[in-house]
Ligand binder design. Structure first.
Ligand SMILES: NC(=O)c1ccc[n+]([C@@H]2O[C@H](COP(=O)([O-])OP(=O)(O)OC[C@H]3O[C@@H](n4cnc5c(N)ncnc54)[C@H](OP(=O)(O)O)[C@@H]3O)[C@@H](O)[C@H]2O)c1
Length: 302
């Protein structure tokens, strides 16, 4: 059973593993099957769900809300994370010529109201700014967050894909701590371990959330040299650790980071969620962690 953990000073309690809903539109489920899947992962203790306004060309929140509406009692058992500030262009937004970002107060508030309607809930537990935005005016974001907090529409705020300096900039304008930075962490991408992002999270005792821990599936299917080397090392570690699959090894590898990231599960298959939950029993030595690092980089440590 997955435990709930406090993710930041004054932050919310979220489940240590989070279910991502980016791909829900691809899962081929009807609303009742979506509700069953939700109940099944909640029963495993995976109570936090990750969304964004734009997922599935602005459809995923609505698909989730449709399922939730079939049993409103589930709302009390889950924590909802969603995001805003990416402006996608497509059939739903023909007035836009290019994808871009918008962190204005007007857009943030309108996006939250839209998410609440789509999710069919009264409140969002954690709202994240989805991407670092060169045009973000931190004072204006703070103003938007204050309004959303006082109206009860959002309980906590964080960011995603922010640089450490961007995180500190926004934090400098806020009364309450940002509760997370949701970033890509997997054995094919070491950016956040090297650019200070995770150091800042550890400094602030704030737990990051980790997206695409399995490289969006490329850990299993990638054919370039790096992916093949990493997969071979993960297979060897699977045997040593007594894990049943390499995804379990990866989740243990992500959790070994001292900033204690909350891994977001991307699969819509409950047996893969169960496998992720079982991975919480695995522990890895420092040397085993660095074997994945070496396989990924293609050379030893300096
Ligand atoms: N903040 C951001 O910018 C950002 C960006 C991307 C994602 N996210 C969040 O992070 C969540 C997870 O990201 P992700 O979906 O990329 O996660 P992921 O776990 O890296 O990838 C999930 C994909 O891997 C496949 N997969 C899982 N286990 C597998 C296995 N054993 N063999 C073969 N394929 C396997 C899944 O297919 P099946 O469904 O068939 O299992 C799914 O297509 C998203 O849902 C979203 O909430 C956030």
């Amino acid at each position: 059973m997955v435990q709930k953990v406090s993710i930041a000073p004054q932050g919310p309690n979220l489940s240590e593993l989070v279910q991502g809903y980016w791909r829900v539109g691809d899962w081929g489920m009807n609303p009742h099957q979506r509700l069953d899947f939700l109940k099944q992962h909640v029963d495993l203790g995976v109570t936090t769900v990750d969304h964004a306004d734009i997922y599935g060309n602005y459809e995923c929140e609505r698909l989730f809300g449709e399922a939730l509406a079939l049993d409103k009692s589930i709302r009390q058992q889950i924590e909802i994370v969603t995001k805003c500030n990416i402006m996608l262009c497509g059939d739903k937004t023909p007035e836009r010529k290019v994808n871009h970002y918008n962190s204005s107060k007007q857009h943030i508030v309108a996006s939250v109201e839209n998410s609440l309607r789509n999710l069919q809930v009264e409140n969002i537990d954690v709202l994240l700014l989805h991407r670092a935005d060169a045009l973000m005016d931190a004072d204006e974001v703070a103003d938007a967050f204050a309004d959303l907090k006082s109206s009860g529409k959002v309980s906590h705020f964080g960011v995603s894909n922010f640089t450490p300096r961007g995180f500190e900039l926004l934090q400098s304008r806020l009364d309450a701590p940002l509760v997370t930075n949701q970033v890509e962490i997997n054995p094919l991408n070491f950016d956040v371990t090297e650019d200070g992002t995770l150091d800042l999270m550890q400094t602030l005792r704030t737990r990051p959330m980790a997206w695409s821990c399995l490289g969006g599936g490329s850990i299993f299917s990638g054919t370039n040299e790096q992916a093949v080397r990493v997969r071979e090392e993960l297979e060897a570690l699977k045997e040593e650790l007594g894990a049943s699959s390499i995804d379990q090894v990866i989740y243990a590898w992500v959790r070994k980071l001292p900033s204690k990231p909350l891994a977001i599960i991307g699969s819509g298959k409950i047996e893969r969620v169960e496998s992720a939950v079982k991975s919480l029993e695995l522990t890895m030595t420092n040397e085993q962690w660095y074997r994945v690092w070496i396989a990924s980089k293609g050379h030893g440590v300096p």
